[in-house]
Design a protein around this ligand. Structure first.
Ligand code: C2E
Ligand code: CA
Ligand code: CA
Length: 664
């Protein structure tokens, strides 16, 4: 604007000068009668016009250059880009426009610049500034305006901007700086905030400035690495009051991943605190909150952190730069870091030790939907709770088991509806003479005569998801119907053992009522029924179990402690619970029987006999085991050596063959 006025002014002045000079010359010539004819006067005039124009142009050029250099010095910074004055002029010029559509701002601030100045001197600081300016200049495009507006603060005003353009510029800078840092003595670390005013996302220039400023400071907090200060002296952990939705977290991850140098390896870690609600219950909410704040602060300060967020309750997520780490090393380091966090938080809040669970997802495909990344890291976190290190990395195997589990869960309801579950019966024999004493009912998922899934695949999953109770009732009903319909079974007393999922103990009365109703419906002699309940349920759900056992005992139903010796059974348990039978777990007999297991089994059987329990051993596959158990006085045996699980019809025909023959 200013430039144009000056040029017009000079043009007008030149024309005026020329007109004045021409009229003066003409009057002088007329007075002195110098020219012989008007034609001669015109020729002289033309030559004069040319000469004056030439001289004027030269004068204008020099004056203009002089003014320009004065103006430039006023608007240029020492780094060679626009300075604060010029930036303010630019901003106020934009502010006066009718609208700010498609104006973008990118704000930058160097991290640790003061530290470099203080530690290595101003020459080093100046060089760093200049180098950063050079890097910034490389991302400029048409209509970019780069200015320095503070010591280490810069702003790019971008006209005709779009979000894509801004993102690309930001990405480009990231790559340039990464490249620079590979060889630089002082590495550049910067904070960035950018925003663009466009359709449906309109900002006035002041709001745009505010927004980029906020973004830049947020970015500064996340990018600042290797913070050595104690987190308790830092600003309060805004993140714990700053829970974000999974959707916005997903988009943040995506943005951060796309903005990070492609050569870097990234991992998403989602962590939580085991049984966090205990802290709230035991120490109150304020302690609980302090623990969360500390947890948040520690995660924020973790090495190689790109950014972290509070997802919900005690769950935090972080994106880490894991370049040069193998999966194993990463697992190890996260385990160590979690231990370190636990120590610090325990000391700071005077609480006892606790566990942090971390699920890791290595980001190999940067374009994978971030929602899937979050879900995979969460799956790994869930599994981390179950392993002793409390850290788990999502991998192919997990992926496959996830897919399998999804298939099982999705097809279970229709399989139930279509009667695809059958009971198989595995006979138990008397140790003394090998005669059948009873049978355990084992469920099978069968389609077109072939098993679809193994019980070990679907039972634990159905337990976790709560569907198992429905399946158990189906098994009980099928068994009761089989007992009531088969004449040989009716006439010969053998017991039927039924597995009970621990899930039933959550609603003990419902369980009792349903079982008794079913038994009544099929007129079952309840003395023939044994319910097998796993050892772990005895430990974890003692009270409801006591209730169930008391009622069942009154009706003649017996209780067996299943998988005895597979978990952490305590001797106290044997005294506390009124069970009738113990089923020693098959793992004792998996590879035959060695001297150590002989000692353990001997003592165990001795003790159980003294307590008056019926002793059953399952998973018997070898004669030598039978010999040993016979000697020890075990009551019943179950295993492939005697019988494999068989269908109802196979069992019925085998059973009638044995008993009808004997009777005949
Ligand atoms: P469990 O209660 O310990 O059942 C015994 C398991 O050992 C059965 O596996 C049986 O087939 C297997 N087995 C029997 N003899 C031998 C042997 O000599 N060697 C070996 N290696 N294995 C033997 P299955 O049928 O695959 O069942 C696995 C588990 O699934 C059961 O373990 C039980 O916990 C559960 N389950 C099966 N049916 C039901 C059911 O109807 N309801 C509930 N809640 N759980 C069930
Ligand atoms: Ca069992
Ligand atoms: Ca068992």
């Amino acid at each position: 604007m200013c430039k144009k006025i000056i040029i017009y002014l000079f043009a007008v002045l030149t024309v005026l000068m020329f007109l004045i000079a021409a009229s003066e010359l003409y009057s002088y010539a007329a007075l002195k009668n110098i020219f012989e004819s008007p034609k001669e006067f015109l020729t002289i005039l033309k030559i004069s016009v040319l000469a004056i124009t030439l001289i004027s142009c030269i004068i204008i050029y020099y004056i203009w250059m002089h003014i320009y250099s004065i103006m430039n010095n006023n608007f240029k910074d020492v780094t060679g880009i626009q300075n604060k004055v010029s930036l303010e002029a630019k901003i106020s010029e934009i502010a006066q426009r009718n609208n700010t559509m498609n104006v973008g701002l990118m704000m930058y601030d160097l991290n640790d610049f003061k530290q470099i100045n203080d530690t290595y001197g101003h020459a080093a600081g100046d060089k760093l500034l200049q180098d950063f300016v050079d890097c910034l200049s490389k991302i400029l495009v048409k209509d970019s305006f780069l200015a320095r507006f503070g010591g280490d603060e810069f702003l790019i005003v971008q006209e005709n901007a779009t979000p894509e353009l801004m993102k690309n510029m930001s990405l480009k800078l990231c790559r340039i700086i990464d490249e620079y840092n590979k060889t630089a003595q002082f590495k550049i670390s910067y904070a960035e905030g950018y925003e663009v005013s466009y359709h449906n996302h309109y900002f006035f220039i002041e709001d745009l400035l505010d927004e980029v400023d906020k973004k830049m400071y947020r970015d500064k907090a996340y990018k600042k690495k290797n913070i050595t200060e104690d987190y308790s002296r830092e600003k309060p952990y805004e993140c714990i009051d700053n829970i974000i939705t999974e959707k916005s977290f997903a988009s943040e991850i995506f943005k951060c991943i796309q903005e990070t140098d492609e050569n870097k390896s990234l991992a998403l870690i989602i962590s939580d605190i085991s049984n966090f609600h205990y802290f709230n219950n035991a120490f109150g909410y304020s302690v609980g909150n302090n623990i969360l704040k500390s947890f948040c602060g520690e995660i924020l300060n973790a090495p190689s952190m790109l950014f972290s967020r509070h997802l919900h309750s005690d769950v935090f997520a972080a994106l880490l730069d894991v370049t040069n780490f193998t999966e194993e090393e990463l697992l190890y380091h996260i385990r160590l870091y979690n231990k370190y966090i636990v120590n610090r938080i325990s000391k700071l809040n005077h609480v006892c030790h606790f566990k942090i669970n971390s699920g890791i997802f290595m980001i190999n495909d940067r374009f994978l939907a971030p929602e899937i990344m979050i879900s995979n890291a969460n799956t790994a976190r869930r599994l981390a709770k179950m392993n002793s290190t409390h850290v788990c990395c999502y991998n192919k195997q997990l992926e496959e088991s996830e897919v399998k589990e999804a298939k099982i869960l999705l097809t279970f309801p229709e399989a139930l509806e279509a009667d695809k579950f059958q009971i198989f019966l595995q006979p138990k024999v008397n140790t003394s003479d090998g005669t059948i004493s009873g049978a355990e009912a084992l469920v099978r998922w069968i389609d077109d005569g072939r098993p679809v899934w193994n019980p070990d695949d679907f039972i634990p999953l159905l337990e976790r998801t709560g569907y198992i109770t429905e399946l158990d009732y189906l098994v009980y009903e099928k068994c009761f119907r089989f007992l009531s319909q088969n004449e040989t079974m009716k006439n010969n007393f053998i017991t039927i053992s039924l597995n009970v999922s621990p899930a039933h103990l959550l609603t003990p009365q419902e369980f009792i009522d349903k079982v008794l109703n079913l038994a009544q419906k099929y007129c079952i002699d309840l003395n023939r029924i044994i319910f097998e309940i796993t050892e772990n349920a005895f430990i974890q759900q003692k009270e409801p179990l006591d209730k169930v056992i008391n009622v069942f005992h009154r009706h003649g139903i017996r209780i067996s402690m299943d998988d005895f010796g597979s978990g952490y059974s305590s001797l106290q348990l044997l005294d506390d619970i009124k069970f009738d039978e113990v089923k020693i777990d098959k793992k004792f007999f998996r590879n035959g029987i060695n001297d150590n297991s002989k000692i353990i089994l001997h003592e165990m059987i001795e003790m159980l006999k003294k307590l008056g329990k019926n002793i059953v051993c399952e998973g018997i596959e070898k004669e030598e085991v039978v010999d040993f158990l016979k000697k020890e006085g075990c009551d019943e045996l179950q295993g492939f050596l005697f019988y494999k699980p068989m269908s109802e019809s196979e069992f019925a025909s085998m059973f009638s063959e044995l008993y009808d023959e004997a009777a005949g």
